[in-house]
Design a protein around this ligand. Structure first.
Ligand code: SF4
Length: 317
């Protein structure tokens, strides 16, 4: 009896393991495919590149390193990866975790120790947000490190949802249609920064990271509060994703499909020169009527308006 029960339990466990493995493989394949696609679309990695992979200890950067290492094995070009972590001397930072993890991977790495925590505490009055000075200091140190290790590119772990959140943050609070580019030149003009996870969904990264069981280091060690505006936008987008499946994908598609002649930025498009000889520009416009779009890509405004919880979120942003 007992041995029969064990057999059934064992079989169930085997089936469960198989299902988990199947889901993991599917997830890994999707993240790899999306990352590979972004790398190709933006020509992020070239032969001979030495890429500094910024590893914060969060789920995104662990995933980025993991996927880049896996792509490196099959990529048609040769490139090097150097993982870099900045130990900002925040109280309670477990400084043994990343070196042990990186040793186990056998990858080249560098831990940079700089007490930016004390500088920030010293300079910013209590109760004020510390993040902007902290990030500025971090950025400077990472640029310097990239020079020191001879990196040709700096890779950051931002994903598709970070890009969309930034777009809404800029629209709601900055009066700009500006997101986060997958590839750019750093603000000091010296480095090419890439975001290989630009096409990856955060929910995939969350699941993947949990299955990979990375030694995550909490991001609130500095004691700073999370950015409330970004949190609210994240909540709004998650709510939309639940209620209108596909909307997030459509919005990201929109970021890649911009029509300057149909916006209103006269610095971006030469509206002043338009005359009757210009011809139809980008499909023209109906002129007098609003364009009708398919329901699946643009859900009704009424649906948003009548959800009290969503109204509250939007008001709070
Ligand atoms: S949350 Fe803390 S560590 Fe992160 S940027 Fe803000 S102050 Fe710096």
């Amino acid at each position: 009896m007992n041995s029969d029960q064990n057999t059934v339990e064992e079989l169930e466990q085997k089936a469960k393991n198989k299902a988990e493995q199947y889901n993991f493989n599917k997830l890994q394949k999707r993240i790899r495919r999306n990352t590979g696609q972004a790398i190709a679309d933006f020509n992020m990695i070239e032969d001979g590149d030495r890429i500094m992979v910024c590893l914060s200890g969060g789920k995104d950067s662990f995933t980025m390193l993991d996927i880049l290492m896996s792509l490196q094995k099959s990529a048609p070009v040769n490139f090097e990866l150097v993982a870099v972590n900045l130990d900002q001397k925040q109280p309670g930072f477990p400084d043994h975790i990343l070196p042990a993890y990186l040793e186990s991977l056998g990858i080249e790495y560098k831990i940079v120790e700089e007490d930016t925590y004390s500088i920030v505490q010293d300079k910013i009055p209590e109760g004020k947000t510390t993040c902007s000075l902290c990030s500025r200091l971090r950025r400077g140190i990472l640029y310097r490190t990239a020079n020191e290790i001879g990196a040709t590119k700096i890779a950051l772990g931002h994903h598709r949802d970070d890009i969309l959140e930034t777009l809404f943050l800029n629209m709601f609070h900055g009066g700009k249609m500006k997101a986060m580019p997958p590839k750019l030149v750093s603000d000091n003009g010296e480095h090419v920064v890439i975001r290989p996870l630009a096409y990856c969904r955060e929910k995939d990264i969350i699941k993947f990271s949990a299955l990979r069981d990375y030694p995550i280091i909490p991001c609130n060690l500095c004691g700073s509060q999370p950015n409330l505006q970004r949190q609210n936008i994240k909540q709004m987008l998650n709510e939309w994703d639940k209620r209108f499946p596909g909307r997030i994908e459509t919005m990201f598609k929109a970021v890649q499909n911009v029509v300057p002649s149909h916006l209103a930025d006269y610095n971006l498009f030469d509206f002043k020169s338009i005359n009757r000889d210009s011809g139809v520009i980008n499909g023209g416009d109906i002129g007098f009527d609003k364009e009708t779009l398919p329901e699946s890509s643009v859900p009704s405004e009424d649906a948003i308006e009548f959800d009290p919880s969503l109204q509250l979120d939007v008001t709070n942003i």
